[in-house]
Design a binder for this molecule. Structure first.
Ligand code: FAD
Length: 494
């Protein structure tokens, strides 16, 4: 397969397609001819509005101006996800993007916190995290002196449009039309061209499949195969609706567990994105709609829309001369807003391995091996939220509580219970702090802590913990409200 690759074709123009077009045109536009095909007849999935912090690095790489992007996409700041009723009904916690406390070389902060608890310092783990406290207080500011780790809530449709304009300005050719046939080279099995309903044939050397759940190239043409993860991630449906904003936007995503699934609330400047993720085995579409409409505020702006999905992943992200990005590569769960991140990391990996001088199996293997590690780590982190619940109020939660889980996750939970230790696996996009925030937040209390925490005597520990907590409270006190900061930094016109 060692022919020069000069002509890339991106199939599909949702978030995945336009993110890929933007990155490739910005960084490799001088070396490659880039064409994107999308069909106005086939809608994008229309959800996917919460992100995680590395998206900022992606935008920096592209030279995107944050304030302009936020104004145009009606974006708000996101400091984490607030989980309500997950561990138990009535119990809430926030998984924030911030670091909790201060680390030391041998033991993370949670060991000091556990030591403090035994000494009668009864503060929440989250009291020692700046981002978490700012989220709770609904405050936000950007400052050089006190860095804050954040992501965005943004309008997915406008985001794709913004990236489209960005890419077209950099020379990407957009072709509107429905792909009807994917042709392959008989000898190599590589994809050679796409034929549109109009009869137009689009030839390419390398194809990026961004056609959404259909996986028109990666699955329907290349038969790559799909690993189904629904035995670990049983939700297979969502119902989405947008509502009018009735109060100031909060700087975090709300994830509210219900009897048969969970609800998201994503605050934008001009509206709120709402949805219920549920499992069709335990809940009908009608019941889901009922639950959702009972739990939203503000006038409904859009017709409620049901979206069906299978949790799992394409067996290979890169197969022959095709890489799948976005929903065509698989879907884990929107719970921790990882899908857009996975699109971005797939793009970066492909940029780094791009086969200018022909496709080598070693490059394909490297891409797929790294993807495997990344997906397994994300999968385990998402399953953790479902598995570590004490809820028994429905068959759905009983199933989650009692289900088998991947051995890698079972080990991680057991290690934390037994020793208080957390080690990250290769490819984990979350931090030790993320794992501890969720495990502690959902009620796991380790039986011991690392004795490095005993380095401080009782007096020193008291002083360390109370001054840390006070300095965070003080910094948060001095922040403007999230709404005020948006007003002066990136107020949208709509
Ligand atoms: P799509 O948006 O489905 O786009 C597919 C494109 O392919 C369209 O342009 C379509 O026209 C084109 N196409 C398809 N077939 C053809 C054809 N035959 N001919 C021509 N063109 C074709 N991700 C997050 O990061 N954060 C979240 O908060 C989040 N929430 C989600 C909630 C739900 C319920 C779901 C289901 C997903 C969520 N996601 C989230 C995932 C996120 O929505 C997607 O990763 C993202 O939108 C990318 O989608 P896509 O571009 O792969 O596919």
């Amino acid at each position: 397969m060692n022919n020069k690759i000069q002509n890339i074709v991106i199939a599909g123009g949702g978030t995945a397609g336009w993110m890929a077009a933007a990155a490739f045109s910005k960084l490799l536009g001088k070396n490659l001819k880039i064409t994107l095909v999308e069909s106005d007849e086939i809608a994008t999935v229309g959800v996917g509005e919460a992100t995680i912090p590395p998206i900022r690095t992606f935008h920096k790489l592209l030279g995107i101006d944050e304030q302009e992007l936020m104004r145009i996409t009606n974006a708000t700041f996101k400091l984490g996800v607030g989980f309500e009723n997950w561990g138990q009904e009535g119990k809430n916690y926030i998984h924030s993007f911030g670091a909790t406390g201060k680390e030391c070389w041998a033991g993370e902060f949670h060991h000091f916190w556990l030591h403090g608890l035994r000494n009668g310092i009864n503060a929440d783990f989250g009291d020692y995290c700046y981002e978490l406290q700012a989220a709770k207080a609904q405050k936000f500011a950007l400052s050089k002196n006190t860095p804050i780790n954040y992501a965005y809530h943004l309008d997915a449709t406008i985001y794709a449009k913004y990236l489209r304009e960005f890419s077209e300005n950099l020379g990407v050719t957009r072709i509107e039309g429905k792909i009807q046939q994917v042709s392959k080279d008989h000898k190599s099995g590589n994809i050679s061209s796409l034929t549109l309903a109009s009869g137009q044939v689009i030839n390419g050397d390398f194809f990026i499949d961004c056609t959404g759940f259909r996986g028109l190239l990666i699955e329907q043409a290349l038969h790559t195969g799909f690993d189904d993860w629904s035995h670990w991630l049983p939700c297979d449906s969502a119902i989405a609706v947008q509502t009018k904003t009735i109060s100031d936007p909060i700087p975090y995503t709300r994830s509210i567990a219900h009897k048969n699934g969970w609800q998201w609330k994503i605050p934008l400047q001009n509206r709120v994105g709402n949805g219920l993720v549920f499992c069709s085995k335990y809940c009908s579409d009608e019941e889901a709609l009922n639950t959702l409409t009972k739990n939203i505020e503000g006038d409904i702006l859009t017709e409620p829309r049901v979206i069906k999905f299978n949790t799992g992943r394409r067996r290979k992200g890169w197969n022959k001369n095709c890489v799948a990005l976005g929903l065509s590569a698989g879907f884990i769960e929107p719970l921790e807003s990882t899908s857009i991140h996975l699109i971005m990391s797939g793009i970066i990996r492909l940029l780094r391995l791009f086969p200018f001088d022909g496709i080598y199996q070693s490059a394909i293997d490297e891409y797929n091996n790294k993807l495997d590690s990344e997906l397994n780590a994300v999968r385990d982190f998402i399953i953790l939220h479902y598995k570590v619940t004490q809820r028994e109020d429905s068959d759905f939660w009983l199933h989650c509580k009692n289900m088998d889980i991947p051995p890698s996750l079972a080990h991680k939970i057991q290690l934390f219970k037994d020793t208080g230790r957390v080690f990250l696996d290769d490819g984990d996009i979350f931090r030790v702090d993320s794992w501890t925030q969720v495990m502690i937040g959902q009620g796991i209390m380790p039986t011991q802590y690392h004795k490095i925490a005993d380095i401080m005597n009782e007096k020193e520990l008291n002083h360390f913990m109370s001054s840390l907590k006070a300095s965070i409270a003080n910094a948060v006190e001095n922040l403007p409200s999230h709404a005020d900061f948006i007003q002066q930094y990136c107020k949208s016109n709509s």
